[in-house]
Design a protein around this ligand. Sequence first.
Ligand SMILES: Cc1ncc(C[n+]2csc(CCOP(=O)(O)OP(=O)(O)O)c2C)c(N)n1
Ligand SMILES: [Mg+2]
Length: 379
Amino acid sequence: MPATAKPETTRADLGLLRVLRDDGAADPALDPRLSDEELLRLYRAMVLIRTLDDRCLKLQRQGRIAFYGTSTGQEAATVGSAFCLTEKDWCFPALREGGAALMRGMPVSRYIAQLMGNSHDEEKGHQQPMHFSFRAANHVSLSSPIGTQVPQGVGAARAIQIRGAKEVVLAYIGDGGTSEPDFHVALTFAGVWKCPAVIFCQNNGWAISVPTSAQTASPTIAVKARGYGMPGVRVDGNDVLAVVRATREAVDRARSGGGPTFIEAVTYRRHGHSSSDDPSRYRDERDVAAWEKRDPIERFRAHLVLRGLWSKEQEFAEIERQNALVTREIQEAEKAPPPALDTLIEDVTGTIRPELREQLAEVRPYFEEGKTAEGAFPL
Ligand SMILES: Cc1ncc(C[n+]2csc(CCOP(=O)(O)OP(=O)(O)O)c2C)c(N)n1
Ligand SMILES: [Mg+2]
């Protein structure tokens, strides 16, 4: 807890659900009691996000990809929540949930292909970097205007409800996104329809340079759920077991017809907003250092070590294995050609209009000469 945080209360939407204690043990009354295999799967997924963030930010600095946004410090919130979905459930991510797709089976090669927009990219380069989609697990690409994914997700949940199907929708939003009208519209209708949606807010303290304290005067974000007639839960977002516990309960409730839940995961964005941002211009580095001490990976590792499931040797081997995998996939991705030129107009509209074909014919010689466009990514 940050020094400025208010005292904990017993209200789910005002307090802070924690499972992992400071000594690494799990609170026996709240432990979601995962199997050893599940615990290790969660841990490896968290380390993979950290590894990719580290490597991809360097790729951006070297000019090998255009743009990147890390989720360093938020791995527990991302992985713990996505872990609770089945393959058939739907995920509508916000900005920082590429790791949710990885947790649900997206290969690292696809992740890197999306950043490069090459011919292996599922989106064929149509989307900006960091807008991952993974059809096999119903992970829907983010639309850049923040907040839009929540009404999309609630709409999908309504469709599932009308069809009488059993899938659940998990829609993510940032703390900044909760100030968007879309957020309120979506929660209003999720509450009225009682559709199978879990709305998961990653409160990471910042919306680019705007602190959460400037987003809302509410004591917590979770407490807003009361106004929409749904349960609100505030969870320690750096405690992966607490995130699993809160999300699993919410997913189970949604699947069994009990309606939506809003979860606020309290965490921290340790890096800049994106590769285009310099956070030293607007925040105190001492706050970052304080949050580094609550690192979600280190906290969970202490738990695994205490349970005899992890060792220093395994840690070294895992880091080496993941780095080798990422290196190999980057090399492969850089060898891959760009998407075929025709994909510029394919997959965009149901039928391709004749003027689009004409435009493509006009630009074809330009590309065939091997020219590339100049320009910096704006955000
Ligand atoms: C409607 C809209 N306004 C502004 C932006 C520019 N923008 C991109 S991300 C962002 C901040 C988002 O903050 P938050 O929701 O807290 O997510 P986080 O970046 O912390 O993950 C802003 C203002 C945008 N993409 N869409
Ligand atoms: Mg934020």
